[in-house]
Design a protein around this ligand. Structure first.
Ligand code: PLP
Length: 451
């Protein structure tokens, strides 16, 4: 495979030049912190399948897939064709389109608990709308969420996402910790934070606020907590609590929807009342959605005399995203989901072997077509278990840089891989070999950490 047509120093010149212009016009030179890297980000020339080529000509193998949103990799021909046809007909109108209805039919058929759905523009917006709908439906206002879970950037949903040992407080009653400076105290007061997968503590914490909680927000496979699934007992316990206390169980499946054909929720004996979606359902274009029972979704229904939850959005259900999403999800049928999950599981085992051979304190967690490497001996069960101090984070960054700059491999910045259907066994072999060398490189530092 071709790579680095120029010596590395010259190679980075074009991106360096663009970045020097970028900092003059974009704050920090980026529109999205995820792509920021020191000394500068690299800029893309083109991408196809599992590869992204930057403007210097370096082609990288992509295991990040735009933060888990490209289930079929880059520039899938069927998606290009459908979107191109749609673009000739226009990209957004102040009118409905049939594709929005066709796509709603497809998703509602796919997941048994989806009776009604509404499209919007991002996962953040979907989680926000779901929270507001829960407040309207229950007549209550507090929101309960797991410490460390990422649900996008809505004020309420982001609380305690970056909690750390200096501010997270007692595990029996974790603090509500702001992410953005000067978040109003009222928002912190209205959040109830619990430790993920810890039944006893979670129920105790919920009980203390029982009369005020509108919904319990759960990502069933929370990436930022550590990418391990909620247990069935945990989800059942919360579900029972919500039934007893007139609250909703709401799932953020923006990432985890890929885990089964009908979403990660298919793995549990009880189902959420509402689900937020995003990422893969946009087929590579911006999207979000909330889905749930007709009864609850009525709060968004404009046909009544009194609209309880007005929801619009200039680009909601725009035909480019819904067209791309529909094709992507048609291609990601039951067989494709099972095949990709089996392939990712095989890759995960292969990388576990690599960890053994490298003889480093590391382990892997994951579900479906996603996994994450932790630089610690034992698999974590909680956010606090999985929390990385700054020394460990520095090693993670060194490893990611080694893979990106020396091996031309892109992983998610948490050392996670989100598989697409375009990846092959030889791609995984290349990742394994690169990881073996990378882990050997950082081994002395890792061994030092363990001591
Ligand atoms: C679990 C989860 N929820 C919500 C979001 C927010 O989605 P978006 O970035 O589309 O706003 C993300 C984004 O990474 C996410 O991982």
């Amino acid at each position: 495979m071709k790579s680095h047509p120029l010596p590395k120093e010259e190679n980075a010149l074009a991106s360096k030049q663009i970045y020097s212009r970028a900092v003059e016009v974009l704050t920090g030179g980026v529109s999205r912190n995820t792509i920021f890297r020191k000394p500068h980000p690299f800029y893309v020339a083109s991408a196809s399948g599992s590869y992204i080529k930057d403007i210097e000509g370096t082609e990288r193998l992509d295991f990040a897939n735009n933060m888990a949103s490209l289930i079929h990799g880059h520039s899938h021909p069927a998606i290009i064709k459908a979107v191109t046809e749609q673009l000739h007909k226009g990209s957004a109108y102040t009118m409905g389109t049939e594709v929005e209805v066709l796509y709603a039919e497809l998703l509602n058929k796919r997941t048994p608990g989806f009776e009604k759905i509404r499209f919007m523009n991002s996962g953040t917006e979907a989680v926000m709308t779901m929270i507001k709908a829960s407040r309207v439906f229950t007549g209550k206002y507090k929101i309960a969420k797991a410490e460390g879970a990422y649900h996008g950037t809505y004020d309420y949903a982001e609380i305690s996402q970056t909690a750390n040992p200096s501010n997270w407080g007692d595990i029996d009653k974790p603090n509500a910790v702001e992410v953005v400076q000067n978040t109003p105290k009222g928002i912190l007061d209205d959040m109830v934070i619990f430790p993920f997968n810890d039944i006893e503590r979670t129920i105790n914490i919920l009980d203390q606020q029982a009369g005020k909680i509108a919904c319990v927000l759960i990502d069933p496979v929370p990436h930022r907590i550590g990418l391990f699934p909620a247990t069935n007992e945990y989800i059942e316990a919360i579900y029972k609590w919500t039934r007893k206390n007139n609250a909703l169980l709401v799932f953020d499946e923006v990432v985890s929807y890929r885990v089964n054909y009908a979403g990660a929720q298919h793995s549990y004996s009880v189902k959420p009342d509402l689900t937020a979606l995003g990422k893969i359902i946009g087929g590579g274009f911006p999207i979000g959605a909330i889905a749930g029972t007709s009864e609850i979704m009525t709060v968004l229904d404009p046909r009544g005399t009194f609209l309880k939850h007005p929801h619009s959005g200039t680009f909601s259900a725009n035909p480019v995203s819904t067209t791309a999403g529909k094709v992507a999800m048609e291609l990601f049928d039951e067989e494709a989901v099972l095949k990709l999950n089996a392939f990712a599981m095989k890759a995960r085992k292969q990388i576990e072997e690599v960890i053994k051979i490298a003889d480093v304190p590391a382990c892997i967690t994951g579900a479906g077509s996603m996994f994450k490497i932790h630089l610690q001996e034992n698999a974590p069960n909680t956010y606090r278990d999985a929390y990385q101090d700054k020394n460990t984070k520095a090693i993670v960054d060194e490893l990611l840089d080694y893979l990106f700059l020396e091996k031309d491999i892109i992983m998610i910045n948490t050392l996670a891989c989100m598989f697409s259907t375009t990846l092959t066994q030889s791609n995984v072999d290349r990742l394994s070999e690169a990881l073996l060398q990378g882990l050997k490189l950082v081994k002395p530092k890792l061994d030092q950490l363990v001591k």
